[in-house]
Design a protein around this ligand. Structure first.
Ligand SMILES: NC(=O)c1ccc[n+]([C@@H]2O[C@H](COP(=O)([O-])OP(=O)(O)OC[C@H]3O[C@@H](n4cnc5c(N)ncnc54)[C@H](O)[C@@H]3O)[C@@H](O)[C@H]2O)c1
Length: 442
């Protein structure tokens, strides 16, 4: 597809944002949008709301807010819904999550109380440490997928939405190896009919969304839209998919710091990361199976950035460890410690310590907003299949099978900005800059 063939449809009418999982992240996102709409808070951290884009040559001094440059769904057009294994409405759930102050959520109480989750597709095999009463029943996994599809259609009609997106905000599932039926659409559909045990709820949600031609973004490390059957289905149905696992606290820092150290060719002998957190996500991650999903997602980042095959002397023997400790007193306010052992000129060792006192859901909420709005943009632009230009939001960005993911945050941002320029019909920026010095002609 060339730039002239891209036509970005206008975002007319309402955009429904559906979230499997209406816990801390989802309710912090919803409450935040409602607070911004009322003018009582700013959408800090959101590129779609606050970001600017440089256009043209530096000498032109031309920039635009992203939302003025390209037609994006307006905050006032968003409608929220979702599914959860607990029937709590968004006010009750936000109150229990204790991320936002009581005074803030009281100001948007009616809007939050109106959002009630639909019964979830749940399987205790995949999430072992929590169980709830608000779940669907059905003879087969295909039947459950069909119930979700009906929920999606009913939500769209009831709320008079023109378009929908699904953003996964539910708990992390146990890490599972894939089975041969994950490799093809036909195999996957047969496995749904046959109730195969290795089909996870997140895969059923993704299947239902894609079949309804609704874009799907996976915010957790679950094996979900990274499986071939669902990627093939997304291409066949011409639906945008993205994932996996929001890049928020420690991994965000890693993908800022590691490329910087590598740029200066400073060597590394180890990176030790540990965290304490006390929210429900932390409780689920106390299960070794769920933690394994997170660990796989967190560990891959450094290896790709440092590229030990090309730099064996500098990065051939890096001891990388990641630990998550469930520690209830801290709630959603995670504390992360990183110790980085590096070495410089002639191999002399040095150390860097990072102590990040962050707030998990405060970092994740603007990502959910941007993903909802950018996935809708992708769908309106007929960009279907994997949306690699949204890699900056994920710990394990999806790519075409033959590609290595790009983890460096600044490279990811260049890609995102250039994709927006491309969609908006502007020149791409390659930062060569020699034309400014008359060395090469334009
Ligand atoms: N907050 C962050 O910084 C961050 C970063 C990366 C990824 N994530 C991921 O985001 C997800 C949400 O995190 P959170 O802090 O909101 O967790 P949370 O525990 O507060 O909320 C998750 C919700 O999902 C519900 N749930 C579980 N299984 C479900 C199912 N099958 N269908 C529907 N609902 C289901 C739970 O009842 C709960 O209400 C987790 O997977 C987490 O790993 C969060």
């Amino acid at each position: 597809m060339t730039r002239t063939q891209i036509k970005v449809e206008k975002p007319v009418g309402k955009l429904g944002v559906l979230m499997p999982g209406m816990g801390a992240v989802a309710t912090t996102f919803i409450a935040g949008v409602e607070a911004v709409k009322k003018g009582i808070a700013e959408p800090v951290g959101s590129l779609t709301q606050m970001g600017h884009l440089r256009l043209g040559k530096r000498s032109e001094n031309r920039t635009s807010m992203i939302k003025d440059f390209i037609p994006l769904a307006d905050l006032n057009s968003l409608v929220f819904g979702g599914w959860d294994i607990f029937p709590d409405n968004a006010f009750e759930s936000a109150s229990k999550a204790k991320v936002l102050e009581k005074e803030l959520i009281e100001q948007i109480r009616p809007e939050l109380e109106a959002i009630k989750p639909m019964p979830a597709v749940f399987d205790p095999k995949f999430i072992t440490l929590i169980k709830g009463p608000h779940v669907k029943k059905g003879p087969t996994k295909m039947d459950l997928a069909n119930q979700l599809r009906e929920d999606i259609r009913n939500f769209k009609n009831a709320n008079k939405c023109e378009r929908l997106v699904v953003v996964w905000c539910a708990s992390t599932e146990v890490y599972t190896e894939l089975s041969p039926y994950h490799d093809s659409i036909a195999g996957f559909e047969k496995a749904l009919e046959d109730n195969e045990p290795n089909i996870a709820p997140s895969q059923i949600y993704a299947y239902a969304a894609i079949k309804e031609r609704v874009p799907f973004a996976n915010g957790s490390p679950n094996r979900c839209v990274d499986i071939k059957a669902l990627q093939d289905l997304a291409r066949e149905m011409k639906v945008a998919i993205a994932g996996s696992d929001y890049k928020t606290g420690q991994t965000l820092m890693k993908t800022i710091l590691a490329p910087g150290l590598k740029s200066r060719l400073l060597g590394m002998s180890g990176w030790f990361s540990t965290n304490i957190l006390g929210n429900r996500d932390g409780e689920v991650l106390a299960d070794p199976g769920s933690f394994k999903s997170k660990e796989v997602s967190k560990l891959s980042v450094l290896e790709q950035i440092l590229d030990p095959e090309t730099y064996p002397t500098l990065y051939g023997d890096v001891h990388h460890q990641v630990h998550i400790n469930y520690y209830p007193p801290r709630g959603d306010n995670k504390e992360g410690w990183d110790n980085i052992d590096i070495f410089g000129w002639l191999g002399y060792p040095m150390q860097i310590k990072v102590n990040f006192l962050c707030r998990d859901s405060i970092l994740a909420a603007p990502i959910v907003l941007d993903l909802a709005i950018f996935m809708d943009l992708a769908q309106r632009s007929n960009l279907y299949g994997i949306q690699e230009w949204l890699s900056c939001y994920f710990k394990s960005p999806l790519t075409a099978p033959e590609l290595k993911p790009e983890h460096d945050l600044q490279v990811q941002m260049l890609k995102l900005h250039n994709t927006l320029r491309f969609l908006g019909g502007e020149e791409l920026i390659n930062h060569l800059g020699l034309t400014y010095y008359g060395i090469v002609e334009e």
